[in-house]
Design a protein around this ligand. Structure first.
Ligand code: CP3
Length: 393
């Protein structure tokens, strides 16, 4: 029986999925590594570790291309706005019941192949005691930005004991989701450093770069601090049962390849390495690494140690597959703005992304960045259905 979390009226009811398994014929296009799945296990059965998302991330055959949307939980959903009314964003992120319900909303509504934990990249800093607020329509605002070497040294460490609420939320979600995988996440050291140094969202990230050039030793300590905090945050999620993790380095695309390689990449790698060291006997969950505007960085990004490289809409997936090289799956890359266009355009662009994704060893369909707040949720549901229909094997 299919334990996947589905709405009662979902078109993907339990029996429908067994039919999909019966017809699951071939491997995904591209290379076909040996399947280490134990004999007798069911590729679309009740274990999220055997889900299409996890299998695509590892470059294994899938029943159909898995799809989820960055920022699928959030302001595009009226049920989200209703539930969030009267609760500040960062308070909501620390309430396990709210986190569970908000995380499940898009899974119920769209029939996507993964849930992503409702949280925020700045949460580990907040839990550690840094004064940050998420202002509606603006984003994270830091009360006392990091501007000096002393500010770096004064940053409080993230104590794992403070993350109990996170373990509670993840465990309750894993129980509710059944075979649908839950993706955990953290912000990468560079992207978190931009918020700490700029004090809030920024276009140019000039202060961040100036600090990086002018204070190389303090920069290194800052990124080391943020790498440890990201690893602690991810470890709590992995221990509580998430099926995959994503590291968001949203703003890394503002860097030149040499600066990225020398001053940022080693710290993102430290996050993945810290996780991969793992517990005794642990099979590490697949790791996804995402940034915006990273076209020139793609050949480097794989080196950080993820299984899946996220790509925005600027580089077609077949070209991205060439740039990252073999050994990685890709995630992306429909332009979120396309979802605001007419249906014929949406369908044409979805088809193109699914086609170009076949060049990778595995493809997780997603947007090139988060869902825009004005998006009609019905279009997201349609895209999830269309991706499934186009890729069913
Ligand atoms: O993807 C999901 O549905 C899971 C939840 C999630 C949120 N933030 C919830 C959120 C995830 C994965 C994030 C990650 C995040 N947060 C990133 C990386 C992804 C990206 O977009 O590049 C970044 C840079 C942040 C920092 C941040 N938090 C920004 C820039 C904003 C947006 C400000 C705005 O209002 O447009 C936030 C707030 C935020 N995080 C919201 C949500 C649902 C909006 C809060 C609200 O309802 O007002």
């Amino acid at each position: 029986m299919d334990h996947r979390y589905r709405a009662p009226d979902s078109p993907e009811g339990g029996l429908g999925d067994s039919a999909a398994v019966a017809t699951a014929a071939g491997p995904a296009a591209g290379s076909t590594p040996a399947d280490p799945t134990p004999a007798g296990s069911d590729p679309a059965g009740s274990d999220p570790a055997d889900s299409d998302l996890v299998r695509a991330a590892r470059g294994l055959p899938v029943t159909r291309t898995p799809v989820w949307f960055m920022r699928q939980a959030g302001r595009s959903l009226p049920e989200y706005r209703a539930l969030r009314a009267g609760t500040a964003m960062l308070a909501a992120c620390q309430d396990p019941d709210l986190v569970t319900e908000i995380t499940l909303q898009p899974v119920r509504r769209h029939g996507v192949d993964a849930a992503i934990l409702f949280s925020d990249i700045v949460l580990p800093l907040v839990v550690a005691g840094v004064d940050i607020e998420i202002k509606p329509g603006i984003g994270p605002v830091v009360a006392d930005p990091v501007r000096t070497v002393a500010d770096v040294d004064a940053l409080p460490p993230l104590e794992p004991e403070r993350l109990e609420f996170l373990g509670t939320a993840v465990r309750s979600l894993v129980a509710e989701l059944g075979a649908t995988p839950l993706i955990g996440f953290a912000g990468a050291p560079f992207t978190l450093a931009t918020y700490l140094i700029e004090g809030g969202p920024s276009k140019e990230h000039a202060r961040t770069k100036a600090f990086m050039y002018a204070e190389p030793a303090a920069w290194q300590r800052l990124l080391e601090h943020l790498a440890v905090s990201a690893a602690v945050f991810l470890r709590a999620q992995v221990d509580a049962g998430v099926s995959a993790v994503q590291l968001f380095d949203s703003w890394a695309g503002v860097l030149s390849p040499p600066d990225y390689a020398a001053r940022v990449l080693p710290h993102s790698r430290a996050v993945f390495d810290g996780l991969a060291a793992g517990r005794a006997g642990e099979v590490m969950v697949p790791k996804i690494h995402f940034g915006v505007g990273t076209g020139e960085l793609l050949p480097l990004i794989g080196d950080a140690g993820a299984d899946v490289v996220g790509v925005d809409w600027r580089v077609p997936l077949d070209e991205a597959a060439r740039r990252v090289g073999p050994g990685y799956s890709l995630q992306g890359n429909l332009d979120p703005a396309v979802l605001l266009a007419d249906r014929a355009t949406v369908d044409r662009e979805v088809r193109r992304v699914v086609e170009q994704g076949r060049a990778a060893r595995g493809h997780v369909f997603n947007l090139g960045h988060g869902v825009l707040p004005d998006t009609d949720p019905g279009v997201l549901t349609h895209v999830a259905e269309l991706v499934h229909e186009l890729s069913a094997r």
